[in-house]
Design a binder for this molecule. Structure first.
Ligand code: FES
Length: 109
């Protein structure tokens, strides 16, 4: 298998119930990564262009479900199942889903 142009790292970290930080898995990330993998396959991207992978905590917990796209370092936050098709479609066009973008640290208040 060749390496891909893009890797979409989806946080699937799970914390215990009641932890104040919460976790992406509690917000549905395990299903998000499953559906994202499927969406990339359906668009013919999975074998050479883009791969969705699970990741441990990306330290973006308050913005979960969090996804980091490398090597372009795009950070998506508050991703839901309803966003998966848009993320995969944007990957086809070589674009990003603007409404899901998280600000870079230096731009945060
Ligand atoms: S639990 Fe997902 S970014 Fe921390």
């Amino acid at each position: 298998m060749p390496h891909r142009e893009r890797y979409l790292f989806v946080c699937t970290n799970r914390r215990e119930d009641g932890n104040p930080k919460g976790s992406c898995a509690q917000k549905g990330s395990e299903e998000v990564v499953k559906r994202l993998k499927q969406a990339l396959v359906e668009r013919g991207l999975a074998k050479s262009v883009a791969r969705a992978c699970t990741a441990s905590c990306l330290d973006l917990c308050e913005f979960g479900v969090a996804i980091v796209v490398e090597p372009i370092h795009v950070v998506y936050g508050r991703v839901t199942l309803d966003d998966v098709e848009a993320i995969a479609d944007a990957m086809v066009r070589g674009e990003v889903v603007e409404r899901l973008l998280m600000p870079r640290p230096e731009a945060r208040a």
